[in-house]
Design a protein around this ligand. Structure first.
Ligand code: 5GP
Ligand code: MN
Length: 351
């Protein structure tokens, strides 16, 4: 992680001080890092005496309820459940934090409301290629586990917290630990020295990690685990190039009664197989097929997502989508498309 400049911290503090009403936003289909970072910042702004609201493009998934409950429904809205309420919440703000995304198109339904907004906009993110020109202040760093870890370091540099994690509000510390934990897949990927320092300081500050872990990983629906069994035994395909892929259609999603977030982490499992170099997970949505990619070192999931799946992300973890019918006729055609483009991609990688 690069050194965060003191002058950027001063600008941040001034923007916060001058703001009357603050909105905190994150990317569409928010994950633990997005929601955790938003919640942490919310609690810290409250601690600074500031009035803030979290506005998301889509509802926060149920499994993060232990984070959103501490924010409270009065301070949390989303474009999916209450479009007008979310629009109104944004409209009244003069400062907007943009967390865990690099460009407005990553906010889906919220994109227009954000890009035309008059408010001061501050980015805090860990993805490649931030759209710097869209923001008044940019905190962007890819050598960090998560937005939560980066935000933690930014917060500790403010005069309010003075490099002391023990001064963070308890709920903020819990939310930061949660965001870092989910984005590292519980310390399996993207762990930097700074990540362990953060974890260590938050533990010292009294964060209950056992509680977080049990809420994140021991509260799944039975359907998730049974579907995982079916996918791995019957639907996992592995090509001679070392590409693993699984396709999940809507009928199966309904059969197992899955909710948003219930397939989180499936894409990682095939990477455990020695000959697999990249894993693709395709999930049928209303008018699109969502794509998740995970790769081993030396193979760029980010490049693959950009080349074939209208997406991007990080080197080893990326995602995108195939629009139906613009990019692909139906879910039934995904296997043939995947075989074709992924073979092409692996040949390119080898060149
Ligand atoms: P996931 O597979 O967990 O949905 O996403 C993995 C990573 O890829 C995340 O860091 C996310 O930001 C990125 N990502 C997922 N979908 C998209 C997309 O449609 N566009 C871009 N640019 N990045 C994506
Ligand atoms: Mn993230």
């Amino acid at each position: 992680m690069d050194i965060i400049s003191q002058s950027d911290i001063s600008k941040l503090e001034r923007f916060i001080e001058d703001a009357q009403k603050i909105a905190i936003t994150a990317h569409m289909r928010p994950d633990g890092d997005a929601v955790g970072s938003c919640a942490a910042l919310f609690h810290c702004l409250g601690d600074m005496g500031k009035d803030a609201v979290i506005v998301l493009p889509d509802a926060s998934p149920d499994y993060l309820g232990f984070i959103t409950e501490a924010v409270g429904s009065r301070h949390l809205t989303d474009f999916e459940s209450d479009g007008q309420g979310a629009r109104d919440a944004l409209a009244g703000c003069d400062l907007i934090f943009c967390l865990d995304y690099n460009a407005f198109h990553r906010t889906g339904k919220m994109e227009q409301a954000l890009s035309g907004h008059h408010a001061v906009k501050i980015l805090v993110d860990h993805h490649l290629n931030p759209a710097r020109e869209c923001f008044d202040l940019v905190f962007s760093e890819t050598e960090v586990s998560s937005t939560a870890e980066y935000l933690y370091n930014i917060l500790l540099m403010t005069s309010r917290y003075g490099h002391d994690a023990g001064k963070l509000p308890e709920q903020a510390a819990t939310a930061l630990m949660t965001g870092m934990t989910t984005d590292t897949n519980n310390f399996a990927n993207s762990v930097f020295p700074s990540t362990l320092r953060m974890a260590s300081s938050l533990l010292e500050a009294g964060v209950d990690r056992d509680f977080i872990i049990s809420r994140l990983y021991n509260e799944y629906s039975e359907g998730r685990i049974r579907l995982m069994g079916e996918l791995l035994s019957k639907r996992l395909e592995i090509t001679p190039d070392g590409v693993a892929y699984m396709i999940l259609d809507r009928k199966t999603i309904e059969k197992y009664g899955l909710k948003e977030g219930d397939t989180e982490g499936f894409v990682n499992i095939p990477l455990g197989i020695g000959r697999v170099k990249i894993s693709c997970f395709f999930k049928e949505d209303e008018d699109r097929i969502r794509v998740s990619l995970r790769s081993k070192r030396g193979i760029s999931a980010n490049r693959c997502a950009a080349l074939y799946f209208n997406g991007g992300g990080h080197e080893q973890a990326a995602g995108g989508r195939l629009a139906v019918p613009e990019d692909i006729g139906s879910i039934g055609e995904v296997a043939a498309y995947a075989e074709k483009v992924m073979h092409e991609f692996m040949v390119r990688q080898a060149e």
